[in-house]
Design a protein around this ligand. Structure first.
Ligand SMILES: Nc1nc2c(c(=O)[nH]1)N[C@H]1C(S)=C(S)[C@@H](COP(=O)(O)OP(=O)(O)OC[C@H]3O[C@@H](n4cnc5c(=O)[nH]c(N)nc54)[C@H](O)[C@@H]3O)O[C@H]1N2
Ligand SMILES: Nc1nc2c(c(=O)[nH]1)N[C@H]1C(S)=C(S)[C@@H](COP(=O)(O)OP(=O)(O)OC[C@H]3O[C@@H](n4cnc5c(=O)[nH]c(N)nc54)[C@H](O)[C@@H]3O)O[C@H]1N2
Ligand SMILES: [Mo]
Length: 789
């Protein structure tokens, strides 16, 4: 670590622990946004970018998929602290040039943390690691495309896999899936496979469409908002303004979360005097400190009470749903003792919550990763839809289902066909539009792609954005799998770990971000995106790109297509990149609900995609009705002396991009290798607050030993048996084969683990990758625990 960049690296010995906060945002949030923006972008770029952020004529924030208010109702500063950080991270003035890559071998780069890698700035040139090479070196774009095309031509299409992270625009996503299918495969894994896939699967079966049934106005007008497994204060901060507005309109809020997250206690809205200098707005009315993975049991118990009290919308149930009687029978048999054990909640707490549900005329059910990343996630989400059906909370104002998506365009990418299991009607429409029969066999999702690379069945990986190696489960196995390929290619803005986990040949293709101008042969271009509420709108960046050598995603993808399949099927790739309107014309004819796309998406605020259950209580399921589902409670069996670990986000990261080391709301400053444990568990396991431990996964289905080393125990208010630690440092602990039934989503929120005293000096293990995940700094701390009390 003797490089000029050390000053930007960090030392876990600086870790300090404070009391968790009891409010979110306020003046500190404004101060942090401005500080980070000015540091990274300077004053001109800060002003230019932040004033355009989330404005009708500006660009869409890439920090999350939260919807924007109607154009007339936006603030001049329509962004949050973490949105400002995301912009600063992309619009940074720092540059990772060919000279930088010449100074740092891949091995050297790999010795640094994810945080440090991200701080090296925007990649300026296409780079290649040739077979046997130790460094990335600059390469001409044309040669890069030829290398990729030649590699792909030498394989059968199913021997390649094509990943997407949810930041890609609708235009690039559409072009990408078209190329991949014209090449001949449905191997289109995406970040959704690790995220809301359980939602998409459950909702598809229960209501016939895998998306939210609400608009922002429904949130404002709801009587009750249930927030399950979601931390909006950090991950969707603009949601707090919407919750505040709902509260002012009389809404009640229930938070279902093992942790009492600051953002749900009180919100100091920086847009208002009350928020800046006043007491802020109390948000949650009831917090249910549920045990990890207790939600299915909780929702069934709530259903049982609604049935007992006959607090049901019989008209809705009779007219619009199927199999109510089976569900009614099932929940009436739910056993309170089991519910109390699994949820860690009392019958009184559950009754109180259900009373609030009974009294509400319109309930919005929100959920995120605390619900989707469990083995029984699909059933849990079906249980949420059961509850919504029971009271007719779908397809009426101020009520509905609201899975809050993560990546800013993850929902749009799926709409555009980024899906390894695309439905028949989509493939038929592609066939009609482009005159070729796309492959009909389902492709590989994220987990299956890793298995296929590991097993030597897939030899080529292309990532459109994202940080696949670091975001995926079972870090060591994933690293080995990617290293087992002939070629890895990443279309990226900044350096990340995946660039260092290389196939025999590896390429980094630098791309423009959403903050940047995009000028092509046909003039200035803009792109479009879809938020969590099916609202589709345009986005145009105000800033100059980081270098003249950086290309747009559409430009790169169309050129890869030309180098691989030439003019096969007469698809006019060049016309796509010259003018993105050509792409949107095809979108309007292929993607359901996108008729007149070009005109509609250009309107201020865009347009809302059709959603039959929301719009007309029509359910495009097999039966044509909303489906009640019956699921066993199926509690996870955690052996004695073990904990259930959830892996979540700090306030200072975007997924694998670590902005900084301040998880302010939870009182963690200066480090990330911490594990939050209930006080009684700490004592029973024979530890003390401040001890350092290694975390080991209990997983008997294979003989892999999964360890993450050197985590400082932080006593924290979390239910007994439920622990928490940050992602991605803990990804080595998530077994590849531990995934949700049906959706195959990794179980990142329920890993059975045990703790053992950290092996002093045990910084190396037989499996190199696992301890390198952000731990180059981590090992220092164990020798100096006195700094940490
Ligand atoms: N600033 C910022 N914004 C982001 C992201 C980011 O990393 N940083 N990531 C984006 C992405 S891709 C996504 S998917 C979203 C993620 O948004 P969230 O889903 O809010 O993300 P997590 O940090 O994973 O938080 C999950 C929450 O679920 C709770 N939880 C854990 N286990 C359980 C459980 O068993 N039951 C219940 N009821 N709760 C549980 C945790 O305590 C935590 O509060 O945010 C998006 N926005
Ligand atoms: N243990 C555990 N694992 C998890 C999760 C968890 O909660 N726990 N959450 C899962 C979830 S919800 C998700 S969504 C995934 C996230 O998985 P990914 O989407 O793969 O990961 P990100 O960290 O969001 O990707 C960041 C990288 O994207 C690139 N990038 C940024 N902007 C752009 C752009 O505009 N264009 C292009 N081409 N590239 C860009 C940058 O190089 C950056 O390094 O991780 C999953 N993994
Ligand atoms: Mo996500």
């Amino acid at each position: 670590m003797t490089t000029t960049h050390d000053s930007q690296d960090y030392d876990e010995a600086d870790l300090s622990i404070e009391k968790p906060k009891t409010h979110a945002a306020g003046i500190t949030a404004v101060a942090v946004s401005m500080k980070r923006s000015l540091e990274r972008m300077g004053p001109t770029r800060t002003a230019k970018s932040l004033l355009k952020l989330n404005q009708a004529e500006g660009f869409d924030c890439m920090s999350c998929a939260w919807p924007d208010p109607d154009p007339g109702h936006r603030h001049a500063a329509e962004f949050c602290e973490n949105g400002a950080k995301a912009v600063a991270e992309e619009a940074t003035k720092r540059r990772a040039t060919p000279e930088f890559f010449a100074q740092h071998s891949i091995a050297d780069l790999d010795s640094h943390s994810e945080h440090w890698l991200g701080q090296q700035g925007r990649i300026t040139h296409p780079m290649v690691k040739r077979s046997g090479g130790t460094h990335y070196e600059a390469i001409d774009w044309d040669e890069a495309f030829t290398l990729i095309g030649d590699q792909l031509k030498s394989l059968t299409p199913d021997e390649a896999t094509f990943y997407t992270s949810g930041r890609a625009s609708n235009e690039s996503a559409f072009v990408y899936q078209l190329f991949v299918r014209a090449y001949g495969t449905n191997n289109l894994p995406d970040c959704s496979n690790m995220c809301h896939e359980s939602t998409s699967f459950a909702l598809q079966e229960a209501i016939g469409i895998g998306k939210a049934s609400v608009t922002l106005d429904d949130v404002y007008g709801a009587d009750l908002i249930i927030l399950a497994g979601q931390n909006p204060g950090t991950n969707h901060p603009r949601m707090l303004s919407a919750l505040e507005k709902a509260k002012q309109n009389g809404a009640k809020i229930i938070a279902i979360n093992p942790l009492r997250e600051a953002g749900l206690i009180n919100f100091k809205n920086p847009q208002t005097p009350r928020g800046m200098v006043g007491p802020g707005t109390d948000l949650e009315d009831l917090h249910l400190p549920i045990r990890i993975n207790g939600d299915l049991a909780l929702f069934q118990a709530m259903g049982k009470l609604l049935v007992e009290w006959d607090a049901l919308d019989h008209e809705f149930i009779d007219k619009y749903t199927n199999n109510f009687h089976l569900w009614k029978q099932h929940v009436s048999e739910v056993d309170w003792a089991e519910v109390e054990t699994v949820t860690g909640l009392t019958r009184a707490q559950i009754t109180e919550a259900t009373q609030m549900l009974r009294e509400s005329k319109g309930t919005v059910f929100c959920w995120a990763m605390g619900i989707t990343q469990h083995q029984n996630a699909v059933n849990t989400i079906k249980e949420i839809t059961n509850l919504a059906f029971a009271q007719g909370n779908i397809g009426k104002p101020n009520a509905g289902l609201f899975p809050v998506r993560g990546h800013s365009n993850v929902q749009g990418d799926r709409t555009m066909g980024i899906w390894e299991r695309a439905p028949k009607h989509f493939l038929d429409a592609l066939e009609k539009e482009f005159g070729f029969d796309p492959p009909r066999e389902n492709g590989l999702d994220t987990i299956d792609s890793i298995r296929a690379m590991r097993d030597g069945k897939v030899h080529f990986f292309l990532g459109l954005g994202g940080n696949f190696a670091q975001a995926a489960p079972d870090t060591n196995i994933t690293f080995d799998a990617m290293r087992n390929t002939k070629m890895t290619v990443h279309i990226s803005t900044k350096i990340n770990r995946s660039h260092l986990v290389t196939g025999d040949v590896a390429l980094i293709l630098p791309t423009k971000g959403r903050t940047e101008k995009d000028i092509q042969a046909g003039g200035p271009q803009w792109i479009s995106v879809e938020d969590s509420t099916c609202s589709v709108h345009s986005s145009r960046g105000p800033l100059d790109p980081p270098s003249a050598h950086v290309k747009s995603e559409v430009d790169i993808l169309t050129r890869i297509a030309e180098a691989t399949i030439g003019d096969r099927y007469g698809i006019e790739w060049k016309s796509f990149r010259d003018d993105y309107r050509t792409i949107r014309e095809h979108i309007s004819r292929v993607v359901p609900g996108c008729e007149g796309y070009e005109v509609n998406v250009r309107r201020p605020g865009g347009f809302i995609l059709p959603h039959p259950p929301r719009d007309s209580r029509t359910f495009p399921t097999t039966s044509g009705l909303g489906e009640f589902f019956v699921s066993p409670i199926d509690a996870l069996q955690v052996p004695p002396k073990h904990l259930l670990l959830q892996t979540f986000r700090s306030h200072d990261q975007f997924n694998t991009t670590i902005y900084g080391l301040s998880d302010r709301y939870r009182g963690i400053e200066g480090g990330r290798r911490v594990i939050f444990v209930n006080r009684d568990d700490v004592a029973e396991l024979g530890f003390r607050d401040g001890d350092f431990v290694d975390i080991t996964t209990k997983w008997d289905d294979d003989d892999v030993v999964r360890v993450a080393e050197n985590f400082r125990i932080v006593e924290y208010k979390t239910p007994k048996g439920s622990a928490a630690a940050y992602y991605p440092e803990t990804n080595p602990l998530v077994p590849l084969d531990s995934s949700a039934t049906d959706s195959n989503c990794p179980t990142s929120k329920s890993i059975i683990v045990s703790l053992s005293p950290a092996k002093a000096g045990s910084s190396t293990t037989s499996q190199g990758g696992q301890d390198r995940v952000g731990s180059d700094e981590g090992h220092k701390s164990q020798t100096e625990p006195e700094h940490l009390s």
